[in-house]
Design a protein around this ligand. Sequence first.
Ligand code: M6R
Length: 366
Amino acid sequence: EKDGYAHFMLKEIHEQPAAYRRALAGRLLTGYPWVYLPELQLTAERLRQFRSVHIVACGTAYHAGLVGQTAIERWARLPVLTDVASEYRYRQPLITPETLVIVVSQSGETADTLAAMREARRQGAHVLAITNVVGSTAAREADDVLFTCAGPEISVASTKAYTTQLLVLYLFALHMACARGTLPAEEIGPIVEALGRLPEQAAALLERADDVADYAQSIAWQEHLFFIGRGADYAVAMEGSLKLKEISYIHSEAYAAGELKHGTLALIEEGTPVVALATQPELYEKTVSNIKEVIARGAQVLGIAAAGQPDLSVHAHRTLTIPDTHPMLAPALAVIPLQLLAYYASVTLGHDVDKPRNLAKSVTVE
Ligand code: M6R
């Protein structure tokens, strides 16, 4: 059932191009309204009435939510609060009938996420669930559901569930932008085209898995590792860091690249590995400055850049390039080498990749 792969995680990483195709199937159009989500109860009129969006989730799904926040703010021009479900419930969230609450959950059974969702509904929010499991509690209880169509995910470490959550969040953000008239058609067309290219680009990236395996072996015995990035890259850094901790047990931290100098830079010493994401053209030069800062303190940097941008290899010790895409969509590609990094580090260290210690696939306790 692992289809010849050594672990479910590796199989699921390699299933991503197919999962992307399923998540997008029938949902992209080539003109207004651009995105087709007929399963939604939400009408265009209702979508125009919302004044704010809250995205609530746990773990990896929360990290997908952070990317979704950037897309909704940028494209649909609404303020978005993204929070982990176990915090959201207790912060007395400011919910009105003009609040759209999006819960993101692979399983649709995570206790904290369900509790947050019930609280949001009790306070009158419209709740949209983005989930992978048809018939799950989240799917049944939400006012609206969008399925991620990732297919069954067995490995505790979430991979294809995360990336398909990103895709559905992008689709929904575009859908909202169409309804609200916040994004000109000449900007939407290229995004829709770029979404359509993601499956083959993910496949191309996976063909270079050996480069990541090689890097993973070089860092597997390190005590700490840092992931840095700005904007959407910061959200991807958080996901890369969680994945590495979860299955390789290597301590790692994700930092907004510009925030390092406010404390964490003190931890960088000779040989400290730093994975620096620099896929966002607007933030490229700023991130390069941060790469120089850590290198000046002795860090060994793996840079992750997007094709079509200035050559990062003149700054970083090693570079991995992701295919050229719309900057907002870069997380759906940039995370793939980070998933592979966690996987190969775990294999190198001889850990139980699919069943990491202390963790369960579905967390049904609060
Ligand atoms: O099923 P859910 O998406 O609600 O699960 C949320 C988290 O428990 C989950 O993403 C967890 O962080 C993963 N093990 C990370 O790989």
